[in-house]
Design a protein around this ligand. Structure first.
Ligand SMILES: *[C@@H]1O[C@H](CO)[C@@H](O)[C@H](O)[C@H]1NC(C)=O
Ligand SMILES: *[C@@H]1O[C@H](CO)[C@@H](O)[C@H](O)[C@H]1NC(C)=O
Ligand SMILES: *[C@@H]1O[C@H](CO)[C@@H](O)[C@H](O)[C@H]1NC(C)=O
Ligand SMILES: *[C@@H]1O[C@H](CO)[C@@H](O)[C@H](O)[C@H]1NC(C)=O
Ligand SMILES: *[C@@H]1O[C@H](CO)[C@@H](O)[C@H](O)[C@H]1NC(C)=O
Length: 186
């Protein structure tokens, strides 16, 4: 009995980590697409390229991923180093560093990043199993990007975008709902 229970818990954790990973993709894509100069939405895709450090003593999961940005605008965007954080009931449970990069006008670039999910902090949170029993986990994410937009090599604008997402992970269906809002300051 105890074993069955443990493995059910293991499966749930697996599903939750997967859901967090999907949440990370949503956040990275939202943050970048809001930041890179509009009129034409850039085409952004993110793909996991590998898992590292899945050790059950620490439960830190590192996911390498590659984000491809296809900027179809005539403006380039350069952003500075930043980190997106995912917060669960006051604890940071995942971090996604984004390294400074120039996204050229009408160009494509690949960005690689390593997202760290600290599942241990999640699981040891006193509310965690209650929330799992209740059927949902709520998280928020924040990301701030500082950068510079250049249009036709003439206009230079300093831009700062802050995006905040609220994420609900539904345990039973292992599905995800996210709502993001953002502010752009030029
Ligand atoms: C994770 O992996 C990296 C490189 O693969 C290693 O440098 C680091 O020490 C590992 N971290 C943990 C917590 O195992
Ligand atoms: C997990 O990762 C975090 C952030 O990188 C680090 O501070 C923490 O020590 C790691 N925990 C373990 C048990 O490796
Ligand atoms: C941005 O991060 C990279 C890698 O961590 C580092 O080499 C670089 O110096 C950082 N740039 C700034 C302006 O801090
Ligand atoms: C980005 O990665 C894709 C897929 O691996 C590759 O086909 C493409 O050439 C890369 N683009 C750049 C600009 O590195
Ligand atoms: C998470 O948010 C959803 C939607 O706002 C809500 O229905 C649910 O009860 C919340 N779950 C917890 C554990 O607070």
């Amino acid at each position: 009995m105890a074993n069955a229970k443990t493995s059910r818990k293991g499966l749930k954790i697996c599903g939750i980590v997967t859901a967090i990973f999907i949440a990370i993709l949503v956040i990275v894509i939202t943050t970048l697409s809001l930041t890179i100069f509009k009129p034409k939405d850039p085409d952004i895709t993110a793909n996991p390229v590998g898992l590292r450090n899945i050790s059950f003593s620490s439960l830190n999961v590192t996911i390498d991923m590659m984000v491809t940005i296809d900027n179809r605008n005539y403006g380039s965007f350069k952003f500075q180093n930043s980190t997106a954080y995912i917060n669960y009931r006051g604890d940071i449970v995942a971090e996604v560093p984004l390294e400074e990069e120039l996204v050229p006008a009408r160009g494509k670039i690949n960005i690689t990043t390593s997202a760290v999910i600290e599942a241990e902090k999640l699981i040891t949170n006193p509310n965690f199993w209650n929330d799992v029993e209740a059927g949902s986990l709520n998280m928020t994410s924040t990301a701030t990007l500082h950068g510079q937009v250049k249009v036709f090599k003439i206009f230079k604008l300093h831009a700062r975008t802050v995006s905040i997402c609220s994420i609900t992970i539904w345990i039973d269906t292992q599905s995800l709902e996210s709502k993001c809002r953002s502010k752009i300051k030029l």
